[in-house]
Write a protein that binds this ligand. Structure first.
Ligand code: TRP
Length: 449
């Protein structure tokens, strides 16, 4: 017999799991990096505006479709469609979204594997095993495959235990640890010489930069990636929310926590860069702050090394933070194909999880073996092209395809008096017209550039 469909046990359970999905390498790495390469505080301000103005409404579109259909994205888009044409396009868009989620996970696990490698390297250093430490610190295909493999096994194991005993339980264990590590690291870094220079760059905006088109675009892309939008992760998490819970409030919490953690991560990384500079490490290249992999795997490790004995512990804490952030996100991505397989075939969740996990690992191995040609291609195709287009499609499905009565009934189930709320006055029009137009405009501009 098929298992019963999963459900989050409480509002808090959902908020922690969904923020676990949202808070990931995108926050701890992507956000500070983007801030560093887009003029500091001006980017931070733009990002917060866009997160609430564009990403939150799109997040609500996914949560509402998910809860009202209680299904994976493929069946969900089909289910809300009334005509054969929209049913057919729903199935195509759903299938495409699942493919994109799987592709994102395949490069994400590789990057998470690097974090795990550095975490284990710091642990080996503490244990005095220099040979293992050196092997783990040096990039090689064998190391990358091994670490991505271990990370994938962790992801599959959590997902195979289901919604409450896997996703919810592990998010509840890992997210407080993440927050604690982040705060301890911030306090430590802010006390080091040089940190204040970084802090002022991070917090004092140069408003002339705010309307720079490339800044707007990076901020939009960052917001979509960070809130895990477009590929059905939030849709499937929404499908596990109890009917009596207030969806607009839950979505607002997730957006708020996600942006706050991104902000905190910036308080760590940007000042850390300037602490490194104080120690003589180069942090500028061609006139702008070093971003990308070199920031995480060269500048910061050099900084940790020059901190003496404390440095190893700080490095351990930092890479543990990164690994945890990646894990609670990767489980939400794996849930997308797993929900499809478990709901559409007779296979159990456990089999579905191992099957999808193996598929993703195969793709990760393919990318790792052809890194120079494939890695940035997959990143660009999925995050820069597919995610915004799918975001538009999901907003249009929530706004035009999902019947208004059904939409209202769904939100009303956990939100008495929704008809009189500001949310209901603004959001339906917003998600129908404004979101697709704005996301579309930003997208067009990015490909014309
Ligand atoms: N939001 C996560 C991060 O910031 C990554 C993530 C999880 C994601 N699920 C996603 C990104 C779905 C895009 C699509 O790291």
């Amino acid at each position: 017999m098929k298992e019963k469909r999963g459900e989050f046990s409480s509002r808090l359970g959902f908020i922690i799991a969904a923020t676990g999905s949202a808070v990931g390498l995108g926050n701890v790495w992507g956000f500070p990096t983007n801030t560093a390469s887009n003029g500091g505080a001006a980017f931070v301000v733009t990002y917060f505006f866009l997160a609430f103005l564009l990403a939150y409404p799109a997040l609500m579109a996914e949560l509402v479709i998910g809860r009202c259909t209680r299904a994976n994205i493929y069946s969900a888009l089909e289910n809300i469609s009334a005509t054969p044409l929209s049913r057919w396009s729903g199935r195509c868009i759903g299938a495409y979204a699942i493919a994109v989620a799987t592709a994102i996970l395949s490069f994400y696990s590789l990057v998470a594997g690097w974090m795990l490698a550095h975490l284990l390297a710091s642990a080996s250093e503490l244990a005095g095993n220099t040979a293992v430490q050196n092997w783990l610190e040096r990039a090689s295909l064998a190391r990358n495959l091994l670490c991505a493999g271990v990370f994938s096994i962790l992801t599959v194991t959590v997902v195979s235990h289901g919604v409450q005993r896997g996703i919810e339980r592990w998010s509840e264990r890992l997210m407080p640890a993440l927050l604690l590590l982040l705060i301890v690291l911030i306090i430590y870094v802010l006390q080091q010489p040089g940190a204040m220079t970084g802090l002022s760059l991070y917090l004092l905006p140069d408003f002339s930069e705010v309307f720079h088109p490339s800044l707007l675009l990076s901020a939009l892309g960052q917001a979509f990636f960070s809130l895990s939008l477009g590929v059905g992760t939030m849709l499937i998490y929404g499908s596990y929310v109890r009917r009596e819970d207030n969806l607009p409030a839950l979505g607002a919490w997730v957006t708020l926590v996600d942006t706050s953690v991104a902000f905190l991560a910036g308080l760590l990384i940007i000042p850390a860069l300037f602490v490194a500079q104080e120690l003589g490490i180069t942090i500028y290249r061609d006139g702008s702050l070093i971003a990308g992999p070199d920031l995480i795997f060269q500048v910061l490790p050099t900084l940790f090394d020059s901190m003496g004995a404390n440095g190893t512990v700080v490095a351990l804490a930092f890479f543990l933070l990164m690994t945890i952030a990646a894990l609670t996100s990767s489980i939400s991505m794996l849930e997308v194909p797993v929900a499809l397989i478990a709901e559409k075939t007779p296979l159990s969740r456990v089999t579905a999880s191992w099957l999808a996990g193996s598929l993703v690992f195969g793709a990760s191995a393919g990318i790792a073996a052809n890194f120079d040609t494939l890695f940035s291609l997959v990143v660009t195709l999925t995050t820069e092209y597919s995610q915004p287009l799918l975001g538009i499609a999901l907003c249009m499905f929530a706004g035009w395809v999902l019947h208004r009565d059904r939409l209202l009934a769904e939100i009303r189930a956990g939100f008495d008096g929704v008809e009189q709320s500001l949310f209901w006055k603004i959001w339906p029009f917003y998600v129908r017209v404004i979101c697709p137009l704005l996301i579309g405009a930003a997208f067009l501009q990015s490909i014309i550039q």
